[in-house]
Write a protein that binds this ligand. Sequence first.
Ligand SMILES: [Zn+2]
Length: 275
Amino acid sequence: MPELPEVETIKTDLQRIILGKKILRVNIHNPKVIRQIPPAVFKKSLEGLRIKSIFRRGKLLVLELSSGKFLTVHLKMTGQLVIPGGSKTSRLSFVLSGGIILDFNDQRLFGELRLVSDWKKLKFIQRLGPEPFDLTLADFRDMLSKRKTEIKPLLLDQSFISGIGNIYAAEILFHAKIHPQTRAYSLTEDKQRVLYRQIRAVLKNAIKHGGSSVDDYVRVSGKNGDYARFHRVYGREGKPCFVCSIPVKRIAQGGRGTYFCPKCQPIYPTRAVKN
Ligand SMILES: [Zn+2]
């Protein structure tokens, strides 16, 4: 699933191409991707509007329209936004001014397009934790100290911190040299700081390289993001660690696969815990 760096990359790609453009036509090929309102209303409400701004919150992409409403796009598992569009396999196409066609592709149909008056009122937005780049170290320390959960599933929890998914949680913990099963509240102050810094560093670097093209993620141009070649542990089970040569291990955590190096990420660098 596209995570913060991928959605951020798509946002920037779209800003360059479709900002200020007018939506001339919406061609709906599969109405399943439209949530909450009837497809005909979705189409009619969008046609004729301009795209005023494009931004991101967590993994959600938001397009502000000239009517004051918002088009929100959640790519979920296999969603893609691609220009030039007009493909026969797209679920929906936006025909824009300037001869641009933007396709929404979604092989597995988990993606969600919504037209809403206030995107902040979306239920999952209200439950969303802070953006990694808005968070202070002091707040992060406070958040960690209150949670007994293992750190890897906690990083995936969008109500704890938003935008991090399975790829970046694994990569961040590798760079921070933290075992994924470490209990959040047991991290030492030093490890809290290292983790805080690595969250920012890994995400920033991934954005710089246009995200990770594993599975279905592509940039708006249809080209791959370039960050997968920098992955240290994700998807590398059994392959030698780039630092210590020990085979990367995969375990299941909360129903998801977790990749880590047993030597570089030693178990439980804990401090004494008060009960
Ligand atoms: Zn290692």
